[in-house]
Design a protein around this ligand. Structure first.
Ligand code: HEC
Length: 145
């Protein structure tokens, strides 16, 4: 009797926890506002990669990546996008993001910067493909910070 009570108590806790953690992230912003958040992450990431600051770079990288995933989930379609955001994220952004991540882990900042520049190129590729008049600038360029 005692054991079954304990087991049902544990099951209740697990269910409650599962319910709490499954609350969806509520992204009320439109794509342009999400993109502005992205720009702040991207721009600062370039600066801190140039400064070879592993802690801050990886904090910014993870912030950028999780925001991108939230965007990808929300913008399955958008009047300004020809493809679902997730498709472009996987094809254009995720490979360079993974390369930056592993380069930072190895403290290889030249490699991280090379991957960052490819990422920047691919941000712009999507803008070009969708006729968006916005050029994302390279945050590792010393003349801008
Ligand atoms: C899937 C395609 C796609 C990718 C990939 C993409 N963007 Fe965009 N971006 C857009 C679209 C579409 C807009 C226009 C949004 C609007 O006006 O509603 C935009 C707009 C912007 C803007 C202008 C926002 C404003 O309101 O002025 C910035 C800044 C921006 N993107 C940064 C980035 C950065 C940085 C990356 C790479 C990390 C990136 N974008 C990757 C599609 C993309």
């Amino acid at each position: 009797m005692k054991t079954s009570l304990l087991i049902s108590a544990i099951v209740c806790c697990v269910l409650l926890l599962a319910k709490c953690t499954s609350i969806e992230a509520n992204n009320k912003k439109d794509l342009d506002e999400n993109m502005l958040d992205m720009m702040m992450y991207h721009d600062n990431l370039g600066l801190y990669l140039r400064k070879a600051d592993a802690d801050y770079s990886s904090w910014l990288l993870e912030g950028m990546d999780s925001t991108l995933q939230v965007i990808a989930k929300k913008f399955d379609e958008h009047r300004k996008l020809s493809d679902p955001f997730l498709k472009s994220y996987k094809k254009l952004l995720a490979p360079s993001i993974n390369d930056i991540r592993s380069a930072i882990r190895q403290n290889d900042f030249p490699a991280a910067i090379t991957a960052y520049r490819l990422l920047t190129k691919n941000c712009n590729k999507c803008h070009l493909d969708n006729d968006i008049q916005k050029t994302v600038i390279d945050g590792t360029d010393p003349s801008i910070h």
